[in-house]
Design a binder for this molecule. Structure first.
Ligand code: ADP
Ligand code: ADP
Length: 237
């Protein structure tokens, strides 16, 4: 299946230490998959392997396969720039660029060759609407993204990740640095976004996993110890 998104026997090492142990996992289209488990069990490392972010870490080595759209992205020949277009990433701490709200979103599409002002305007508005930010920021698009509240900054980062038209969104504890109201907004947003995107989210909040995910993967010491429908996982004894 050309569209399938899955890992096969994926292992990740930091030097001698194996942080992820031969994980085979499949990510259904347009569902939210939550990765849960205690701190240090390999969730973030696994997530970063899904878009080659581990390449940036010295001494980090990957074995196994990650298949996205008919391509094994662990293959060294993978074009990482076009890969990042298929996969959006959102981090725990909101990290908008030190640029205007408009430029935070226009930067990616422009980098990928879109130059027309009208086209960029359309993308900016569309992404801000999808993240429920448009009404809050439409009159100050030229202000710095850093002038927004923490919750707004995180929604701007999600909007930025959508701007290059990915199929998949990876989120590493996207709400854990936010207040409860902002967290609820992010959770609501994830419910909307899964209509269009496949989402993989790391969280150490079990209640959050139960609220927002379709499937839950439980990691322990680098192993995937359980992976099932969230409903089943949280209703079984
Ligand atoms: P979390 O539990 O939220 O993943 P950590 O405090 O474990 O946060 O890690 C924070 C950052 O430090 C991450 O980028 C992680 O990759 C890095 N890190 C964690 N453990 C080590 C380590 N033993 N050596 C070097 N970097 C590490
Ligand atoms: P989690 O996200 O579940 O908290 P991590 O993926 O951050 O777990 O970490 C898994 C293991 O890998 C931990 O033992 C951590 O200390 C180690 N680790 C994470 N990042 C690094 C790094 N950059 N260098 C060395 N060890 C790391």
């Amino acid at each position: 299946n050309e569209q399938a998104f899955y890992t096969k026997d994926l292992s990740v090492y930091y030097g001698e230490k194996q942080a992820v142990k031969k994980i085979s996992m499949d990510f259904p289209d347009r569902q939210v998959v939550a990765l849960i488990g205690p701190s240090g069990c390999g969730k973030s490392t696994f997530l970063r392997s899904l878009n080659r972010m581990n390449d940036l870490i010295a001494g980090c080595r990957i074995e196994g396969e990650v298949w996205i759209g008919g391509q094994n992205i662990c293959d060294p020949a993978t074009d990482v720039v076009s890969l990042r277009q298929k996969i959006g990433m959102v981090w725990q701490r909101p990290n908008p660029f030190h640029k205007s709200i408009y430029e935070n979103i226009a930067f990616g599409p422009r980098y990928h060759g879109i130059r027309g002002r009208k086209e960029l305007d359309r993308i900016v508005e569309d992404c801000l609407r999808k993240t429920a930010l448009w009404d809050e920021v439409k009159d100050r698009l030229d202000q710095s993204g850093l002038a927004l509240s923490g919750g707004q900054q995180q929604r701007l980062c999600i909007a930025r990740s959508l701007a290059v038209k990915p199929r998949i969104l990876l989120m590493d504890e996207p709400a854990s640095a936010l207040d409860p109201v902002s967290t609820a907004k992010i959770e609501e947003l994830i419910g909307e976004l899964k209509k269009e995107y496949s989402i993989v989210i790391v969280t150490h909040n079990m209640q959050q996993a139960a609220r927002i995910s379709d499937r839950t993967a439980f990691f322990f010491l680098g192993d995937l110890v359980e992976y099932d429908d969230t409903q089943k996982m949280f209703t079984n004894p």
